[in-house]
Design a protein around this ligand. Structure first.
Ligand code: ZN
Length: 297
């Protein structure tokens, strides 16, 4: 009987050992296959996802918000001209500047007083112009009140596209016009008005301008400002589609506001009845001095 018990004991121990070995084998085999006891977490390959399209932020900036996510990325990093104005100019309130409320001297006002959203880059108060020297003592931007009224409309129109007018020059004292004309090489004088009745900048009724986005980045144009070449012509067709569209948008904004464009200079606009105005030779210092004197009670 004792022998039988010993036999049974050995038998059961043998059985248990065999099971343990079996399990161990399954475990080792499971290195490359699913395990029955401790399943190896299966690694599910990530679903194949197309990389997100790289968005052209500036293009998005101008794009009307229609929730459209399928628009392919634009290849260019330069801002594209929106095809149509954004109604309400992203909620910009209508401009309501009261021109009669700002300081006026000989019908000239400082456009900065209007707080209209213009960007001023008065080139002739710096050496960053085609002459290479400053013509003005200060970077004031004076304009006749009649032109100022029109420029408010133009800026309001530009704001509908979320754009801003960049103003390079408006009123130019007649003496500065004379200096400019004399310093201009004879072969380029077709681009500079002779001092006198035909010069509209000294009347304060002509403006040189461009367009920028809301952050102040200039929109590319077919030529630089004051580039006296055929590329400056309003009919030049050799620019990129974007440059041409920007130029035409500027021309549309300005002419719809009531100005006429110079055929050879996409940046130059004047009132249609410029002959009704007279040139002035009030210096910027004089304007500032009179203003200061009048502000003293
Ligand atoms: Zn001009």
């Amino acid at each position: 009987m004792k022998i039988v018990k010993i036999f049974l004991f050995v038998f059961f121990v043998g059985l248990l050992t065999g099971c343990a070995n079996t399990n161990n084998n399954v475990g080792r085999d499971a290195l490359g296959a699913p395990s029955f006891d401790t399943p190896t977490p299966s690694v599910t390959p990530a679903p194949s996802v197309d990389p997100p399209a790289i968005s052209n932020q500036r293009d998005d900036y101008h794009r009307p918000l229609h929730g459209d996510t399928d628009i392919p990325a634009a290849p260019s990093v330069t801002p594209a001209v929106p095809p149509s104005p954004t109604p309400g100019g992203h909620g910009n309130p209508p401009l309501q500047q009261d021109i009669s409320a700002v300081f006026n001297y000989n019908d000239l006002i400082d456009l900065a007083d209007l707080n209209a959203g213009f960007i001023f880059d008065i080139k002739y108060a710096t050496d960053d112009n085609f002459l290479g020297i400053p013509l003005y003592e200060t970077p004031l931007c004076l304009a006749h009140t009649d032109l100022a009224e029109i420029l408010l409309k133009a800026q309001e129109k530009a704001a509908e596209y979320n754009l801003r007018l960049v103003i390079y020059d408006v009123y130019r004292p007649m003496s500065a016009q004379k200096t400019m004309y004399e310093l201009t090489p004879p072969d380029k004088r077709a681009y500079v008005a002779k001092p006198g009745a035909s010069a509209n900048h000294p009347k304060g009724v002509a403006v040189d301008c461009a367009l920028a986005d809301a952050d102040g980045n200039l929109l590319p144009m077919p030529s630089a400002f004051d580039e006296f070449t055929k590329r400056a012509s309003v009919t030049y067709s050799g620019g990129t589609a974007e440059e041409t569209a920007n130029r035409d948008l500027l021309i549309n904004i300005m002419t719809e506001a009531g100005l006429k464009v110079a055929a050879g200079e996409w940046w130059h606009y004047s009132v249609v009845n410029s002959k009704d105005y007279s040139g002035l030779d009030i210096s910027f210092d004089e304007f500032t001095e009179i203003r200061y004197t009048q502000s003293i009670p």
